[in-house]
Design a protein around this ligand. Structure first.
Ligand SMILES: Cc1ncc(COP(=O)(O)O)c(C=O)c1O
Length: 394
């Protein structure tokens, strides 16, 4: 299940060679990649803009960017936003600018692309210190320990791409503010899925999918919120929320704004229409996604199998009792028509070897039933790690 060539898709079913499989490895959580309203809107944008005006953003930004930034700014409730092609490019260009010759406090399980941004910052003179995953106390200890050069930047994932859990952004933001540090959050997997909480919310994911900062009812004071549109919004683009002064600075200091090719017009179009669909149907889609995810989590509960997922969000890691079983487990899933992401050693530590299920709203109920059935048979054949006591978020 690596380096697969997908020959054809039909909804969330994919064909690899002769095998049709239900795809549980997609990050298109809202199913916008297959949404007829969004697909139908793209040709009109191509007529007006061609496929790809190739100016870097500094040279010429189609007005579509202005629209997207205005709408994103309103949606997440920040002062301003800046759109660049990918999160990777944001990390590589913005982290070094923010860190300067100061100190970065890097969560040790942060996404590889954050690490790469920090490596570049190090070459440019920053010092990097690592703190333990989800451990606000460990971060505080490092911030208190001796004098660290300013500026100080704390880098974390929002919704973690492996555990499916949300970082305690409220606690991290409090500590960052107390120590005059900036909290830099990569919410690639949270934006579009979770958002502001309200009494009339349709699911525990909250409303509007406006990301982890709003989910925790936090402000953007001392917080740089970064996310992408290539997961929930099925579009090649990314953004960061920032005050206007930082946006002005990045327009001359962040190489992707100056030199990189832009997002394709089709992606700008699917972002704009996706943001409209999010306003009209997003919460109903998220309620459906929550229900489908809960069915899979309940199945693991019944099987007595451990998953680190405490949140109910649609990323479900299933670790194996014996890491040596991973090849046979992968074959079993493939032969039974289930496509997931395998997490093999040394990509993850031996105790975490297993597979990751990602649920999207475009997975049909029949596909969810098939997954539940296959998980049951898999648990009869292989040992999964036993469930541990856990408290799920409301
Ligand atoms: C947490 C996280 N950050 C960044 C990325 C990379 O995003 P992009 O494709 O926009 O560079 C990913 C993609 O898997 C991710 O999971």
């Amino acid at each position: 299940m690596t380096d697969a060539v997908v020959d054809e898709i039909d909804g969330r079913m994919i064909r690899i060679g002769d095998a049709w499989l239900a795809d549980f490895a997609s990050c298109n959580y809202l199913g916008f990649d297959l949404d007829r309203e969004i697909i139908a809107a793209v040709p009109g944008y191509l007529e007006r803009w061609g496929t790809h005006p190739s100016w870097s953003r500094l040279l010429g930004s189609p007005v579509l960017y202005e629209k997207i930034e205005e709408r994103l700014t309103e949606l997440i409730g920040a002062e301003d936003t800046l759109v660049l092609p990918t999160i990777t490019l944001i990390h590589m260009s913005v982290i070094p600018v923010l860190a300067g010759s100061g100190t970065i406090f890097l969560e040790n399980r942060a996404h590889k692309t954050i690490y790469d941004g920090c490596e570049l910052a190090k070459v440019r003179g920053a010092t990097v210190k690592r703190f333990a995953f989800e451990d606000v106390g460990d971060l505080e200890r490092l911030l208190r320990e001796g004098k660290t050069a300013a500026p100080r930047l704390v880098c974390i994932d929002g919704v973690n791409s492996m555990t499916g859990n949300a970082a305690d952004v409220a606690a991290f933001a409090r500590v960052a503010r107390e120590h005059d540090a900036l909290l830099y959050v990569d919410d690639a997997h949270g934006f579009g899925v979770i958002g502001e909480r309200a009494d009339d919310e349709l699911s525990p994911y909250g409303k509007r999918g406006n990301g982890i900062v709003r989910y925790f009812d936090e402000s953007y004071d001392h917080v740089v919120f970064v996310s992408g549109l290539s997961k929930s919004y099925s579009s090649l683009a990314a953004f960061l929320a920032c005050p206007p002064e930082l946006k002005r600075l990045l327009k001359t200091a962040a190489p992707p704004y100056l030199y990189s090719g832009p997002s394709p017009v089709a992606s700008l179009a699917t972002t704009i229409v996706g943001l409209q669909v999010n306003e009209t149907r997003g919460d109903a889609i998220r309620a459906d996604l929550w229900r489908k995810t809960a069915t899979v989590l309940d199945c693991l509960d019944r099987l007595g199998a451990h998953t680190p997922n405490r949140s109910g969000f649609p990323i479900i890691e299933v670790p194996l009792a014996r890491h040596e079983d991973i090849d046979a487990v992968g074959r079993f899933l493939f032969e039974n028509g289930i496509y997931v992401t395998l997490a093999a050693y040394p990509l993850v530590p031996r105790v975490e070897v297993g597979f990751r299920i990602q649920v999207t709203a475009a997975n049909t109920n029949a596909e969810i039933e098939q997954l539940v059935d296959v998980l049951g048979r898999l648990a009869n054949r292989f040992d999964l790690q036993p469930a541990r006591a856990k408290v799920r978020a409301a």
